[in-house]
Write a protein that binds this ligand. Sequence first.
Ligand code: ZN
Length: 219
Amino acid sequence: MSPPFDGCPALVLNADFRPLSYFPLSLWSWQETVKAVFLDRVNIISHYDRTVRSQQLTMRLPSVISLKEYVPSNRRPAFTRFNVFLRDRFTCQYCGKPFPTHELTFDHVIPRCRGGRTSWDNVVTSCSACNLAKGSRLPHQCGMHPRQAAFAPTVYELQENGRHFPPTFLHSSWRDFLIYGQETEPADLQAELVEEENGHGFPSSMTSAQYWGAELDQG
Ligand SMILES: [Zn+2]
């Protein structure tokens, strides 16, 4: 029996044939995809071996589409939980170890009680143990300095970091458009390796857009 269409999302490329985003990977449901094809907003690059039928149409399900109009990505990335972790590559900035997202926290480099702000340049990713150890002390008081100074990343920098986290499912037709790790290594093998190494368990822990995409209160 064939899997349901729900398991057949389309990889969405910008008009320059690069994915709109790497992490999370830009995917549209088959319904969104078919609608965009009808509205003539996308080109179909590749297909699944599946066909959708309705009264008006019969079409092979697209597996890769590209936007007809280029979407510029020079806007500034939103200051979200997800983007802070992505900037820091899901790695504690104090002990330098990668952690699954549920074990990561934020740390205010200059604590709030000392006037530190909740902003790109004062918040870093920290594991719970390091966060607890640091407490409300200043970096020089406890000898704990972030490995990489906090900074506001560009969309490009986040995109580059996103490439290091391949999703667990990659349709074969997507591979030509994605660069993950070494080019000689099949992308799905890379995915397994990355998952084993750092236990991120993508994507189940990442699917709550409300949680991860919520803008953080700056102040
Ligand atoms: Zn740590």
